[in-house]
Design a protein around this ligand. Structure first.
Ligand code: NAP
Length: 238
């Protein structure tokens, strides 16, 4: 850890009531950033369903009011569940896209004037190894995560001239409340992912947060438009 590495930075982290978002918020704060947290539930500064049309505009306004500026956004809020393609519910497919993609687009859009004004803004989205590959039962999730990686690359192209970087962290299987039900109900799924990773374990939320903090820092000033697997090497064998 580099204490003070993010001193002076002002960040929004969504999904901060749980799992990876909570770890990211804690890590950015430990590195000296001011952090404004949001989620649909939990101990955060701003509670909202971020799929509501004006929720992200309200979130950015509230963050600016509290912190006096904004230079970093890390949208971690997300949902996932296994649903086979046959019989897949329209509403759930749409919900996954709304949470994992549309809410990210709206947050980044609302934050953009502030990131441009800062001159060294940072956007770190959370994709997945399923931003690159597919998986059974995850057609909605994988579609949303492919999309968020593509979105991030285009944002990097558009905002780079303003000194803003946009990167997408692509976690592998991480032990969080999102994955706990699947790992509890299907122990063989846990064993599969532990074995698939050359590092022979599931990821922890802190493994992702540490990489996000690096990407938010000055050390990552020349990294943009990039999807980065943080998966213990699991995808090397895909
Ligand atoms: P998590 O523990 O479930 O945290 C996600 C948080 O987002 C939860 O607090 C969730 O609330 C919240 N959220 C869901 N819908 C929302 C909405 N409409 N508005 C505001 N907040 C909402 O999951 P996680 O594992 O930390 O996942 C964080 C991110 O990492 C997600 O984008 C996920 O897709 C990605 N990711 C995770 C893994 C993994 O293996 N865990 C792997 C790759 C990528 P509820 O609990 O009420 O839904």
């Amino acid at each position: 850890m580099s204490a003070g590495r993010l001193a002076g930075r002002r960040a929004i982290v969504t999904g901060a009531g749980s799992g990876i978002g909570a770890a990211v918020a804690a890590r950015l704060a430990a590195d000296g950033a001011q952090v404004f947290t949001a989620d649909i539930q939990g101990e955060v500064d701003f509670i909202a369903d971020l799929t509501e049309a004006d929720a992200n505009a309200r979130l950015v306004a509230a963050a600016i009011e509290r912190m006096g500026g904004l230079d970093t956004v890390v949208p971690c809020a997300g949902i996932s569940a296994f649903h086979p393609l046959e019989g897949h519910d329209d509403a759930y497919f749409q919900r996954v896209l709304d949470v994992n993609l549309v809410a990210v687009f709206r947050l980044v859009r609302e934050a953009t004037p502030h990131l441009k004004a800062h001159g060294a803004g940072r956007i770190v989205t959370i994709g997945s190894t399923t931003s690159t590959y597919g998986d059974e039962g995850l057609c909605a999730y994988s579609a949303s995560k492919h999309a968020v990686l593509g979105f991030t690359k285009s944002v990097a192209a558009e905002l780079g001239p303003f000194g803003v970087t946009a990167t997408c962290v692509q976690p592998g299987a991480i032990d969080t409340p999102m994955t706990a039900p699947a790992f509890d109900q299907m122990p063989e799924y846990r064993t599969f992912w532990e074995g698939k990773a050359p590092l022979r374990r599931l990821g922890q939320a802190g493994d992702i947060a540490d990489v996000v903090a690096f990407l938010c820092s000055e050390d990552a000033r020349f990294v943009s438009g990039h999807g980065l697997w943080v998966d213990g090497g699991a995808m090397v064998r895909h």
